[in-house]
Design a protein around this ligand. Structure first.
Ligand SMILES: Nc1ncnc2c1ncn2[C@@H]1O[C@H](COP(=O)(O)OP(=O)(O)OP(=O)(O)O)[C@@H](O)[C@H]1O
Length: 322
């Protein structure tokens, strides 16, 4: 890990702890995305007196964030893709400091889904927002104690969701993930799962049991037109795609696209808690914001308003209709 206080001269060394805690600490993944954002980030941070800490290997981002939060730093930004954001949040959470920290996002990844979700357009835009942008409290998801911001995905698409083309997603919505998965995996063993679902806000508790092609749990991520996650409502948007013959998939995808509603093999609902139990075989692979984890059994909870984050003017917690 490289510790680079981009402004540290003799006079800065005399800064008090309080001043240091108020300065933004940027945790920079220099190899995310195209890996050419480091110089720009150092320069923009230097102009403002922000501290930059670079990761040197996998896992560093969580350790650096934990260390900063334990030192009392109150403004921590992640520069990288969704994986880096995820790890920085894990580190702050391990320090039990989410209550005290304002979080910032500097898009330096490939997809930059979360940055897009909170209205941060570019690296330069991110620094302008860190200086004085609006702060919002948004929901976090938790998967057996591990926080996530965008999504938890299991099944056929968990490894391929991140590289499904946005054009395909735009045309066919949720099932784009499935179709993309099928193109990559000729044979796929469906998930034999039981999912206990608490719908929240006075809603029902239900159980879905069967063979699923995939399970998509969104906290702050756009999955389909008509089914997006509201990031300040204390609920997950859940989509369960049941196993179905390949021939029916395109029909279902078209129906979803045209009518934006539940179809025979696709269940959509909002929930505040899910208990997922795998009924057969080894554990299930879950993608938490793109980071792969294996669980036999997994509980997902919403942590309403647990994260204070800097947002851009285009940020809107309410999903776009239609
Ligand atoms: N210095 C480093 N060297 C090698 N790998 C690193 C380093 N720092 C972080 N990583 C790893 O890089 C991975 C990719 O990071 P990240 O997801 O942020 O970027 P991305 O995949 O390019 O973007 P996106 O998730 O937006 O598509 C993470 O799993 C992280 O552990």
């Amino acid at each position: 890990m490289t510790d680079q206080n981009t402004t540290r001269g003799d006079s800065d060394r005399s800064k008090t702890d309080d001043e240091n805690h108020d300065r933004w600490h940027v945790i920079l993944n220099p190899v995310s995305g195209t890996g050419d954002h480091g110089a720009e980030v150092h320069s923009l941070a230097s102009e403002r007196g922000y501290i930059v800490k670079e990761t040197e290997s996998e896992g560093d981002a969580a350790a650096l964030a934990k260390e900063a939060a334990e030192d009392g730093v109150q403004r921590i930004a992640a520069c990288g893709g969704d994986g880096t954001i995820h790890q920085v949040l894990v580190g702050i959470d391990r320090a039990d400091a989410l209550d005290e920290v304002t979080f910032g996002v500097i898009p330096g990844g490939t997809g930059n889904n979360f940055a897009g979700n909170v209205g941060v357009r570019s690296i330069e835009h991110a620094f302008e927002l860190l200086d004085g942008g609006e702060r919002r409290r948004i929901d976090l998801g938790e998967a057996d104690g591990e926080p996530f911001v965008n999504s938890c995905i299991a099944g056929l698409t968990s490894k391929t969701s991140s590289d499904t083309s946005s054009e395909l997603k735009e045309r066919v919505g949720t099932l784009a993930y499935v179709i993309n998965g099928i193109q990559k995996a000729a044979t796929f063993e469906p998930l034999h799962v039981a999912i206990d679902i608490e719908e929240g806000q006075g809603g029902n508790s239900t159980t879905w049991e069967g063979d699923a092609l995939c399970l998509l749990v969104g906290n702050a991520r756009r999955f389909t037109t008509g089914s997006q996650a509201h990031v300040e409502d204390g609920l997950f948007e859940v989509t369960i795609v049941e196993e179905m013959p390949t021939t029916e998939m395109l029909t279902e995808a078209a129906a979803q696209r045209l009518f934006g509603q539940e179809t025979e093999h696709v269940t959509q609902l909002a929930a505040e808690r899910l208990d997922i139990t795998h009924k057969q075989g080894d554990g299930v692979e879950f993608s938490l914001d793109g980071e792969m984890r294996t669980h036999e059994q997994l509980t997902l909870d919403v942590r309403p308003g647990d994260l204070e984050v800097v947002v851009g003017p285009e940020y809107d917690p309410v999903p776009i209709e239609g």
